[in-house]
Design a protein around this ligand. Sequence first.
Ligand SMILES: Cc1cc2nc3c(=O)[nH]c(=O)nc-3n(C[C@H](O)[C@H](O)[C@H](O)COP(=O)(O)O)c2cc1C
Length: 329
Amino acid sequence: MTDDLAEMTLSLTDHTRFLVTTAARAPSVHNTQPWRFRVSARAVELWCDPVRKLKTDAAGREMLISCGAALFGLRLAIRSLGVIPVTELLPDPARLRLMARVTVGTAMPADEWELRMLRAVPHRHTHRGPFAPGPLSAGLVAGLQHDALAEGALLALVDGGLAYDRLAGFVAAAARRGDRDSVARAEIRRWTRGRASTARDGVPALAFTAAAGHRPGTLQQRDFDLGRGLGRLAAGGEPPPVTAVLLTDRDSRGSWLRAGQALQRLLLHAATGWVFASLHTQPLENAATRRLIQDRLALPGRPQMVLQLGRSATTLATARRGPQDLAEP
Ligand SMILES: Cc1cc2nc3c(=O)[nH]c(=O)nc-3n(C[C@H](O)[C@H](O)[C@H](O)COP(=O)(O)O)c2cc1C
């Protein structure tokens, strides 16, 4: 079959399970998975699911970043079917829940790099455990910065020294504030799962530590345990070699979707070489702290995600709901 014929005869509904499962492996705040999909022959619509929005995320910024991450996975999955996905962000102002429509474009086989990123989808994970010692391979960080730019975002590196110390201070202060915030604590209780849980969403005990301590060079983790002794993940290890902030030029629903696509693209790129990230968004959930981080670190944009990257030979896949639960009627 020629490429053109393949494009004409491709029906996305024949691939619904693959497309939705790949998209839904994206990271999402507290593993809320705030997304739904409507698949037709020539298009997939991605809808957000505000029932799953956190109360600490009033504007929906983190929900949209999560949806953006799922959108990148969806694009990659469509790409692997040998066509170029054509993405329209927020295509219908009358339907605010509709995040994106991705349609089948011209035929072109996926390249080896795209297929490597697709193969990294199952082992990409948020890494809260120990990192292995050693630097990242030469060129990786520049590659991740290129990924961010290609998706309309910017990955600003935070070198050791004053900027890092300031950022670490903001993260630690936000963690202390979170400890006292009854709404944030209730959200964490709602979205964390004990060892025996069969839930397909939320953050499982195996993915967080019992004591969210903080060591030099390592940004404080969000406390998912809340003193309950649930966390099963080992602490310790080496400080991750790279700290970065993902930025967009402004704050809008489109920018948040772009940040999410950039996030998943760079995380998958990193995961091709078994490099993973810890994510630290607590300080960005407070508008004043978010502005301070931008000012004090002289960041050339609005901070959307704070991350640290390091190597690890281990992976831990957290649960996802299946395509049957994710269909937008
Ligand atoms: C917008 C956003 C914010 C997040 N914030 C944090 C955070 O502050 N701390 C953290 O440990 N993980 C954070 N995460 C990671 C999620 O908890 C994680 O993606 C989810 O539990 C699913 O696990 P996985 O990434 O290992 O597949 C965030 C993810 C997203 C998309």
